[in-house]
Design a protein around this ligand. Structure first.
Ligand code: SAM
Length: 222
């Protein structure tokens, strides 16, 4: 076993299982994705640390626990089609693609779109589609989605994303008026008009910037 595989196993035990994350489908997905491939070369020794790490464009690759928690909250099935807003490094998209049939992921920084696309191609992912644009608008051409995950914190749940959920679909998104902390919400589409909302706890994300997000990049990346 390589050093990274060992670190990945330890990460799953110490950071995920020990914190009560026992969804075996999610743990299998995490163990299949080489996180060291998604962090900047100079930070590779920290690839399995219990924290977010900086990537290009002043953004972050999220903490492994948060990626696993959000993925579990999506309650994914193998046939699901998933939309991710905030591709970043491409790491979470790879985790989602280990479980679901197709992953559509949108990123507003071109430099991240290009690097994530290259990385995901190199690793052989054929079921991930990366779009350069404002993810608060969703990806209407491929809607409806069985699950939508937003990896940045906005002031409210974008209506456009709710509209792009299939009936029975789940949307997981950090929401809050403070840029320091947000509530992680799961919104379930019950019927054409009805949605149910659950609070999954406090989180801290980089800001969601866009038509249905914040207007400007005012916060430092976390
Ligand atoms: N999922 C990523 C990963 O695994 O590396 C981490 C994402 S990072 C915490 C949040 C990302 O959301 C940033 O790359 C940021 O540029 C992006 N973002 C913010 N607002 C966005 C928007 N309206 N549309 C698309 N991406 C957005």
């Amino acid at each position: 076993m390589s050093q990274f595989e060992l670190l990945r196993r330890q990460m799953i035990d110490v950071q995920l299982s020990a914190r009560g994350l026992h969804d075996q489908t999610v743990l299998n997905a995490v163990s299949a994705v080489p996180r060291e491939e998604f962090v900047p070369t100079e930070l590779v020794e920290f690839a399995y640390s219990d924290s977010p790490l900086p990537i290009a464009a002043s953004q972050t690759i999220s903490q492994p626990y948060i990626v696993a928690l959000m993925t579990a909250a999506l309650e994914l099935q193998a046939a699901d089609r998933v939309l991710e807003v905030g591709t970043g490094s491409g790491y979470a998209a790879a985790i989602l693609a280990e479980i679901a049939a197709d992953v559509y992921t949108v990123e507003r920084h071109k430099i991240l779109v290009d690097s994530a696309r290259n990385k995901l191609d190199d690793l052989g992912y054929k079921n991930i589609h990366v779009l350069y644009g404002d993810g608060t608008l969703g990806w209407p051409e491929h809607a409806p989605f069985d699950a939508i995950v937003v990896a940045a914190g906005g002031p409210e749940v974008p209506d456009t994303l709710k509209q792009q959920l299939a009936i029975g679909g789940r949307l997981v998104i950090p929401v809050g008026t403070s840029l320091q902390t947000q509530k992680l919400l799961r919104v379930r589409r019950i019927s054409e008009q009805e949605y149910a909302e659950e609070d999954l706890g406090s989180v801290r994300f980089v800001p969601l910037i866009g038509a249905a997000g914040w207007e400007y990049e005012t916060a430092t990346a976390v």
